[in-house]
Design a protein. Structure first.
Length: 304
């Protein structure tokens, strides 16, 4: 542990370890991804995809290593026992911080299959990481506002087709499809702008999770509803690297796949869309109440 060092120095060490870890593993990922490109055979992909997953898991394990070296947070975690890394999961989580991804990977990697995130199209241009996400078949989505979709409804079909193609790839080997229903990180400004009915959450969007269920509903063993809470406030990138995340609370609940909704026509049936919205809002109301309980727990802001 490097707790004796000043926070800025811890942040510098953590950043260098994060960068070096990425620079080591990304070229290996890209080499195998290029093999997939030049040998576009189903049998080749079936052999290379598990190898790519193992490399990604080693990369994540190294991230967990430098986190253990530089972080002093207390981890309050429930619900991760009994998960199956050979199954398929749809993982749904609230989104507060850049640190959410590292927290989820640290806790769930090798407990369930590798998390595959739906990413904004612009993120493919992130140095190093964009190439790694591409190599791991993370789907890049062009997200459009409701105002744009009303003017250009054909864009909705393009987004749906991109999601469908990605999910078909995910059905080949055990995969965990990761979805942040809020679509963006929580801030008070966004909360007020949305006039969100939830105290600690933004309004959830059902489209991504609905399409994933439509395409892979028969594959998913369960839906993992994950709630992340930072009692001392969600850390930004630099604060996390500096070891200023004092406590993180994570609750994981396994929910059954709603087969009636998974087989329904979300894209074309307004009644189905309404049912999906009500289903996800029920989950969100329970999540909002759970966050309130975790924040009000005795000592939740004084753990170290």
């Amino acid at each position: 542990m490097l707790n004796f060092l000043p926070a800025p120095l811890i942040g510098l060490v953590a950043f260098l370890l994060l960068a070096l870890n990425s620079l080591f593993w990304v070229p290996v990922l890209l080499l195998l991804a290029l093999l997939k490109l030049v040998l576009p055979l189903h049998s080749v992909h079936l052999r290379l995809d598990p190898l790519l997953v193992r490399i990604a898991e080693a990369w994540i394990a190294c991230n967990s290593g430098w986190m253990a070296l530089t972080q002093r947070a207390q981890w309050d975690v429930q619900g991760v026992a009994g998960l199956d890394r050979r199954g398929w999961y749809l993982v749904n989580c609230n989104h507060q911080s850049w640190a959410d991804i590292l927290v989820l990977q640290h806790l769930l990697t090798r407990r369930i299959p590798l998390l595959k995130f739906f990413l904004k199209q612009q993120l493919i241009w992130v140095p190093i990481m964009g190439l790694a996400w591409w190599a791991l078949d993370f789907p890049f989505m062009r997200r459009h506002s409701e105002e744009v979709l009303k003017l250009h409804p054909e864009l909705r079909a393009l987004d749906q087709e991109a999601t469908r193609l990605a999910c078909k790839k995910f059905s080949l080997i055990p995969t965990s499809v990761m979805n942040f229903c809020e679509g963006t990180r929580f801030t008070r400004v966004k909360h007020e702008r949305q006039q969100s009915p939830y105290r600690h959450l933004l309004r959830p969007k059902a489209g991504g999770i609905a399409l994933a269920l439509n395409v892979m509903g028969d594959k998913f063993h369960a839906i993992l509803d994950v709630t992340i809470v930072y009692p001392d406030g969600a850390p930004d990138f630099w604060a996390f690297l500096c070891g200023r995340m004092r406590c993180v609370c994570v609750r994981v609940q396994s929910l059954p796949v709603p087969q009636d909704l998974a087989t329904a026509d979300y894209a074309n049936d307004p009644a189905v869309r309404e049912a999906f919205q009500e289903w996800i809002q029920q989950i969100w109301r329970a999540k909002d109440a759970q966050i309130e309980v975790l924040l009000q727990a005795p000592g939740s802001r004084t753990r170290s």
